[in-house]
Design a protein around this ligand. Structure first.
Ligand SMILES: *Cc1c(COP(=O)(O)O)cnc(C)c1O
Length: 352
């Protein structure tokens, strides 16, 4: 029978994490000022550490990853210019096409394979030199919809060489770039070395309550600061949230390997259960995806799991997504795996 649950194991996303007591304490004592005038010491410190972390000259704290990508594109392009993104990218699937709606850019997509890779030849073919002119190529690392795959530097280098040759900017949507660096056993700065701009989220695996950062050259960030204001993202005593982001960056980076191990463990436990096909992309980082056989309803699976206190999300009717993060322990994963097995066996019995 269903066990009595008192704590929920929330695997819907790494955005569900809540600030720890220590992080709350840091937030409580944050020194603040009016960031609009560059006077918030906590924001200034965060931006300078983030710039160092990505090896870029400067950084800009923004409320969300979506705004960070939008501000990057508004800064790289003029109305009428073209942006190239992957077909499975967050930018072209989950950001309301802000580049198009708000920026007036045309967004051209090139195919992402199952690991989020893009064939450089496809990009070469997609680049246009006039009317519209391709101004920026966007890569995503880790690739969210493609299994959380970590894209190695060698693949980025090939595309950046092509971009450079044509005077096109390279932007990396690195919402989970910290996970990529940990998985690839490198540092973030060298991983994004070839990019002109990079965005990453404090509020995902790193566990901060709010915010993302956009990094690039001094000139680029100066311009981006205007564009952040344009889209309503300039804040005041934002040190209150920046301090949580600073705490996340300085305390929660090294532990990401633990989330990756938990995700591997979860994947191993799911392997061989009835009615599931694991994602061919494998499991480089903290995301676990699998496909349910067509006779198993994704909605029923999720709701039965939820009754047992395990929550997960779906990217389509049959595709299930489970995300490991700092509020999920190895014990939680073992428990979740047990319930996943129970539900799948139950559904198998009913379908036979
Ligand atoms: C989450 C995410 C974003 C957007 O971040 P928000 O803070 O939710 O707006 C952008 N890109 C990728 C790849 C993401 O996973």
């Amino acid at each position: 029978m269903i066990e009595n649950m008192n704590n929920i194991i929330d695997l819907r996303s790494d955005t569900v994490t809540k600030p720890s007591q220590d992080m709350r304490l840091a937030i409580q004592t944050a020194d603040v000022g009016d960031d609009h005038s560059g006077e918030d010491p906590s924001v200034n410190r965060l931006e300078s550490v983030a710039a160092e972390f990505t090896g870029k000259e400067a950084a800009l704290y923004v409320p969300s990853g979506t705004m960070s990508n939008l501000v990057a594109l508004l800064t790289h392009c003029q109305r009428g210019d073209e942006v190239i993104t992957g077909s499975e990218s967050h930018i072209s699937n989950h950001e309301g096409m802000g580049a198009f709606v708000l920026g007036g850019f045309s967004v051209r997509t090139v195919t992402n394979d199952f690991r989020g890779r893009i064939n450089p030849l496809d990009i070469r073919e997609a680049c246009r030199t006039e009317w519209p002119t391709t101004k920026v190529i966007c890569l995503e690392n880790t690739h969210n919809r493609c299994g959380g795959s970590a894209i190695p530097k060698s693949e980025i280098a090939e595309i950046s060489a092509l971009a450079r040759e044509r005077g096109i900017q390279l932007h990396i949507d690195g919402a989970r770039i910290a996970n990529a660096a940990v998985a690839l056993e490198t540092d973030v700065a060298s991983l994004v070395d070839d990019a002109d701009s990079v965005s990453f989220c404090f509020s995902k695996g790193l566990g901060a309550p709010v915010g993302s950062v956009l990094c690039g050259t001094q000139d680029f960030i100066k311009e981006a600061r205007h564009n952040r204001r344009l889209v309503g993202g300039a804040m005041r005593q934002s040190g209150v949230i920046a301090e949580g982001a600073y705490y996340a960056l300085t305390h929660n980076f090294d532990r990401l390997a633990e989330d990756h191990e938990n995700a591997q463990l979860l994947r191993q436990r799911i392997e061989g259960l009835p009615g599931v096909t694991l994602d061919p992309a494998g499991c480089d980082t903290n995301l676990v995806f699998f496909e349910l056989d067509s006779q198993f309803s994704g909605d029923v699976f999720r709701s039965r799991l939820s009754e047992r206190g395990v929550r997960c999300s779906g990217t389509s009717k049959q595709r299930v997504r489970m995300v490991c993060h700092l509020d999920v322990s190895k014990t939680d994963i073992e428990r979740a795996a047990k319930f996943i097995g129970q539900v799948l066996h139950e559904m198998e019995d009913e379908s036979s």
